[in-house]
Design a protein around this ligand. Structure first.
Ligand code: NDP
Length: 667
């Protein structure tokens, strides 16, 4: 949405082309076929999973697929979008196999329905630090040129000078009437339909149970880790929420209080001011903007529950901060952070600097004049309303089976706490101080975990130094107390990661780290079938983690499953009839790293036999890098049966096509 809004703003302010921004889910897709010829439609879309549309684009995908089907059935081959002009920009990462898969699908669908594209398909790559310079900026220019070429009459507004245009707030912030008058209508940070994309129900689910899977691990040269298993209770959801084994849970995070305080101090707001009602109005009353933040509200509500202020600050925001810095020293400091790629990467990305942290540091650089701190101008907050990204949910694979309890849904959370050394220019001539970067959603869930559980380690050691965990605090009760009782807002998101319906199909499961989550659900389901007297094929699970005493997740569970008596009925499984076998790869407990793909390779004969002779299905879950290496090894396993490299590749392709090779991988 941030990109779409920026594009719309620039089209109007730099080129005089008016543009309205709308969430894909809130737009009536049927209108695309009846649009006026002088209207062009832009699509800014991300990709989910293996080239799938994100939640708010599934409606569009279905509409276009239906039209395509109708057009194919129609002998006259009508093209419902023949009058439509469009442009597309994809947000993706080359860390995923299907890089920007959905925008490519969308483009192909639109072209097939007769629409004409303006400019190239933009492909942003989150994994590339230069992606703004190499994709977004040239794409925006190309699209603006094409729009002007295609229809000069689009220009209906006078163009402002570029210096003015980039810093003109879209919104005016007004202090409003006394709180009493607003009580009924005030937005206190409640989740609204626009945020949840309308389609999938959002539910405030209480934590039913939460336990540590591993204590905080000192990662040596790597970040320390804590893993937790959290179960949410869905029993009071109305209408009832249901899920299938292999689905995902989307958790809506809230920002930690420290980041909110950075903003409060930077703008010099008293507690009364940050909690005072404000009204947000569009600067230009004729300006249609469906993306305006909710109003009336308070600054605290927006910062705690609406905007994502815990992420690494973008270059665009740094530029904004430099332009409006309260002192020369502050401006110079901020400019130095994004002077070039290297500066931005080493000083901002690697140190996980947030907007609030930078504003706070920049303030300390200036001497206090007349004992008054140089606060940031209030105009900056108005500009933040149009530039800060709204909070988005984070996805977790479900670590339970509804067959065991249909009203309990579990997730496995690796709490991200990364020690970073920030060079603080105000202290000791720029010497470094230690700080901890807290991953947004995982630390929020950790705080929820601490609320419901009893004993949690409060201290650990980071990189050999003893460190007291200074864990951030959260307003866990949520807006108007709607999350009181240890609740979190969540959604169930269906996935394609599905077990075979036939229990006599053997399973080869491969996971590393918290990627183990869905296999907890898989094995719950297979164990139930076994207990019910059904013949169940063997499962072999390859699991990779750092060391047995550190992060061997659900170890007791796997040991118990290994002891269960098998029941394979009349089936014969070459290479063993056991119900469950575990193969572990510990990367940090021996003289050299052993990864999960190494263990698969060691078992290559068994794996190849299961794949070629026993109809086995393979499931991989974890990081994309791991999954890529595992697939390479699987192909090599197949080659040991005498298949040529090409035939083994074909075999893998068929497995995928037949849904016998499925992946649930995230970067
Ligand atoms: P990691 O993936 O960081 O680490 C787990 C183990 O994998 C470690 O022993 C690590 O070794 C090893 N490893 C590192 N690189 C590779 C590689 N290229 N090939 C094979 N093994 C490797 O564990 P996390 O728990 O931090 O992360 C899990 C991953 O799974 C994340 O990418 C997450 O997004 C993804 N995921 C999580 C899900 C969830 O629901 N929580 C669901 C689906 C995917 P070492 O560090 O010693 O090098």
């Amino acid at each position: 949405m941030r990109f779409a809004k920026q594009l719309a703003r620039e089209l109007l302010q730099k080129h005089g082309i008016p543009a309205a921004v709308e969430d894909l889910d809130a737009y009536d897709h049927e209108c695309l076929a009846t649009l006026d010829r002088n209207i062009a439609v832009g699509f800014v879309v991300s990709t989910f999973g293996e080239g799938d549309p994100p939640d708010n684009a599934t409606g569009l995908y279905e509409t276009l697929s239906r039209w395509k089907g109708n057009a194919a059935a129609d002998r006259q081959q009508t093209q419902p979008l023949k009058d439509m002009r469009y442009f597309t920009f994809g947000l993706g990462s080359t860390k995923y196999q299907d890089f920007n898969g959905y925008v490519k699908t969308l483009d192909a669908q639109l072209l097939a329905l007769g629409a004409q594209r303006l400019g190239p398909v933009g492909l942003r790559d989150e994994a590339d630090s230069r992606t703004d310079e190499t994709t977004w900026l040239p794409w925006k220019d190309a699209v603006a040129n094409e729009l002007l070429r295609f229809e000069p009459s689009l220009v209906t507004q006078p163009v402002t000078s570029s210096a003015q245009s980039t810093r003109m707030p879209d919104y005016i912030v007004e202090e409003t009437a006394p709180r009493a008058r607003l009580r009924g209508v005030m937005h206190a940070g409640e989740h609204n339909a626009e945020q949840s994309r309308g389609r999938i129900k959002v539910y405030a689910a209480p934590v039913k149970n939460s336990r540590l899977l591993s204590a905080t691990i000192d990662g040596g040269a790597s970040p320390p880790r804590t893993y937790i298993h959290i179960e949410f209770d869905l029993s009071s959801a109305r209408p009832p929420l249901s899920y299938q084994t292999g689905d995902h849970v989307a958790v809506w995070p809230i920002n930690n209080d420290n980041e909110v305080v950075h903003f409060q101090q930077a703008f010099g707001w008293s507690s009364a001011q940050i909690n005072a009602p404000i009204e947000i109005r569009p600067q230009n009353s004729s300006h249609q903007d469906a993306t305006m933040p909710p109003s009336p509200t308070t600054r605290a509500s927006l910062l705690r529950f609406y905007f994502d202020i815990c992420g690494v600050v973008t270059r665009e925001t740094l530029q904004l901060l430099a332009d409006l810095a309260p002192t020369t020293a502050a401006r110079q400091y901020i400019e130095s952070l994004y002077a070039d790629d290297q500066a931005y990467n080493t000083q901002v990305v690697r140190q996980h600097l947030t907007c609030g942290q930078i504003m706070a540091t920049a303030m300390q650089l200036a001497p206090m004049e007349n004992k008054v701190a140089p606060f940031w101008p209030q105009e900056l907050f108005s500009l933040f309303l149009q530039t800060l990204p709204p909070l988005q949910p984070r996805y977790f694979s479900i670590a339970s089976s509804p067959r065991v309890s249909s009203t309990t849904v579990a997730i496995t959370v690796g709490v991200v706490t990364t020690p970073v050394a920030i060079g603080n220019p105000t202290k000791n001539n720029g010497s470094e101080r230690d700080t901890i970067f807290h991953g947004l959603t995982t630390n929020y869930l950790h705080a929820l975990h601490k609320r419901v559980s009893v004993a949690v380690p409060s201290a650990s050691s980071v990189n050999g130094k003893s460190t007291t965990w200074n864990q951030p605090s959260y307003t866990l009760a949520g807006p108007r107390g709607m999350l009181a009782g240890s609740k979190a807002l969540l959604q169930i998101r269906p996935s394609n990661f599905r077990m075979p319906a036939d229990p006599t199909v053997p399973l080869i499961l491969v996971a590393a780290g918290s990627g183990i989550a869905p296999f907890v659900g898989f094995m719950q389901e297979r164990e139930l079938q076994l207990a019910a007297g059904t013949a169940v094929a063997p499962t072999i699970l390859f699991f990779g983690c750092r060391a047995p005493e550190q992060d061997y997740l659900y170890a007791k569970e796997w040991a118990r499953l290994e002891q269960l008596e098998p029941n394979v009925g009349d089936h014969k499984y070459d290479g063993g009839q056991r119900f469950f076998s575990m193969y572990t790869a510990f990367s940090r407990s021996g003289p050299s790293k052993v990864y999960v793909q190494d263990r698969v390779q060691q078992e290559q004969q068994q794996v190849a036999r299961l794949l070629t002779g026993q109809r086995a299905a393979v499931y991989i879950c974890g990081s994309t890098a791991m999954a890529t290496d595992v697939k390479t090894v699987l192909q090599k396993c197949l080659e040991t049966t005498g298949l040529s490299s090409d035939s083994a590749q074909l075999f893998m392709r068929d497995l995928k096509k037949d849904k016998k090779l499925q992946e649930d991988v995230w970067a």
